[in-house]
Design a protein around this ligand. Structure first.
Ligand SMILES: C[S@@+](CC[C@H](N)C(=O)[O-])C[C@H]1O[C@@H](n2cnc3c(N)ncnc32)[C@H](O)[C@@H]1O
Length: 275
């Protein structure tokens, strides 16, 4: 059971996902809390970086966490069990396109930073909708690298970001997927769709964001992909090194960084309302 996943499953990526989730928890999880007893499905839970926030914010919910990579799933289980020993979480190693649950098994679905890696996110959303009961909700959170705006501006830094977008596309994903969430959910049959950007901004007056987001979450995405970008002929060593160095200038005194995530909520329509 394997998927092509552009970021890989290294220790560094585990740390990056954890830093990302913890730095952005208030921003991304605000408004996401499920009633006690409700059945929540999280797909692509990775190393549990979002799962810990889900169970912290919805302590009585019954969470089912699914991940296709076995090592990540075990790390997720270990972390959540250690930090929330009383949480009701079931763990499944499975492919989200082919889950072993009957139709209508869940009240809520949570998908964070997963659709961007899938060749056919609409098919995934359709398959997952069948697992929601009518009236059940979905929450989807994705980034969009087109929203990265920074100072000092640099064409080399922008070229590095563009290389990552092209590498992810070559792996079948879409690093610009945030802007597509509304049409994707609509085509997958969801109703009551609401998509709102959740903006990250970092400068020296917000040192937690500079360190947690720009330095430890955003830039490392690109640093680890230099060899792949070179192998595909997307850049030269000099241009790549210059682009990474210019990204680091945004965390120095006088540097600024802006990025927007897109958070969508929607409903699996009731049969008689057609909503
Ligand atoms: C960027 S990580 C995000 C992990 C977690 N949601 C988070 O925000 O920290 C994407 C995860 O989706 C998983 N994934 C990708 N395709 C999948 C599939 N078809 N079925 C289940 N998991 C999948 C990957 O293995 C990876 O762990």
């Amino acid at each position: 059971m394997t998927v092509e996943y552009v970021h890989g499953y290294s220790e560094q990526e585990t740390g990056r996902l954890r830093d990302q989730a913890d730095t952005l928890a208030a921003l991304l999880h605000e408004g996401t809390a499920y009633p006690a007893g409700s059945r929540v499905l999280e797909v692509g839970c990775g190393v549990g970086a979002q799962t810990v926030h889900l169970v912290a914010n919805s302590p009585g919910a019954r969470v089912t966490a699914v991940e296709v990579d076995g090592d990540s799933l075990e790390r997720a289980r270990a972390r959540v069990t250690a930090e929330h020993p009383g949480a009701a979480v079931e763990w499944h190693r499975a492919d989200l396109y082919d889950l072993p649950f009957p139709e209508g098994s869940f009240d809520h679905l949570f998908v964070c930073f997963v659709l961007e890696h899938l060749p056919d996110p609409e098919r995934a959303l359709c398959a997952l909708r069948r697992l929601l009961r009518p009236g059940g909700t979905v929450t989807v959170i994705e980034g969009d690298h087109g929203t990265a705006v920074f100072h000092p501006d640099s064409r080399h830094a922008r070229a590095v970001i563009d290389c990552q977008v092209r590498l992810q596309a070559a792996a079948g994903g879409d690093a610009l997927i945030g802007r597509r969430l509304q049409p994707l959910l609509a085509r997958a049959g969801y109703g009551d769709i609401a998509v709102r950007p959740r903006t990250v901004y970092a400068d020296r007056t917000l040192p937690g964001m500079v360190d947690g987001f720009t330095r430890r979450t955003f830039i490392p995405v690109f640093e680890s992909l230099g060899d792949d970008a070179l192998a595909m002929g997307l850049t030269t060593e000099d241009d790549w090194r210059r682009g990474i160095a210019d990204l680091y200038r945004t965390v120095e005194d006088g540097g600024t960084f802006h990025y927007a995530f897109f958070k969508a909520t929607a409903v699996n329509p009731l049969p008689d309302t057609g909503r």
